[in-house]
Design a protein around this ligand. Sequence first.
Ligand code: CTP
Ligand SMILES: C[C@](O)(CO)[C@H](O)COP(=O)(O)O
Length: 225
Amino acid sequence: MHAVAIVAAAGSGSRLGADLPKALVPLAGRPLVCWAVEGLLAGGVAEVVVVVPAAQRAEFEAVLPPEVTVVDGGATRTASVRAGLAAAGSAATAVLVHDAARPLTPPGAVARVLGALGAGALAVVPVLPVVDTTVLVDDDGLVVDAVPRAPLRRVQTPQGFDRATLEAAYDALEPDAELTDDAAVVRRAGVAVTTVPGDERSAKVTVPHDLALAELTLTLGETTT
Ligand SMILES: Nc1ccn([C@@H]2O[C@H](COP(=O)(O)OP(=O)(O)OP(=O)(O)O)[C@@H](O)[C@H]2O)c(=O)n1
Ligand SMILES: C[C@](O)(CO)[C@H](O)COP(=O)(O)O
């Protein structure tokens, strides 16, 4: 299977609060986006498209390997992934969509997604169980009810797709639609989404504490499988 990875890296990282785009923020001295690209290649992806903020394109090109295709992103993650998909090479039959904000996704997690695609799934997401009591609240923040958590899952990236299926789903999506992930795009088109086990090390860097945890993960040397 020839898989292209689209790395969504065009966000600003407002919740992280750094003075540069989140994907360029260093983790152990290297930008988050570089870690993410490395994990995808080690996991079996053949080509990589990185979607970046147009204003910082030169900074991204300066740190990414030359074989990576760099394209300008959009105002939302959905628009950025759409731009990445349009730039994918013609040889790819499968697409993985990944967040640059998940720098320590291990190669094994990437390989599980590719494996499910190879086994015939049209759409695959890595998931983890919900470990906290989970509740519904009203507009005042009062607990309305506890939600049974056994069937709930936290969804990570990379998310994998048969290329034609993902392209058709994006073609059918309204131009200004804003969905939180790509599985939601194909589900709108009626496609069944398979799950595979995710990995705690694939945690998304969203707030400063997440960056500290990623540094700690590296210190513990727990990132290579
Ligand atoms: N217009 C956008 C917005 C987000 N992303 C990417 O989507 C991933 C997940 O988004 P998130 O973690 O929310 O990143 P930001 O939008 O940068 O964060 P914030 O909401 O805190 O500004 C990130 O790798 C981000 O770079 C993107 O490519 N294009
Ligand atoms: C795509 C994603 O990482 C899956 O969990 C998530 O939906 C991104 O959400 P965000 O609001 O853009 O951080």
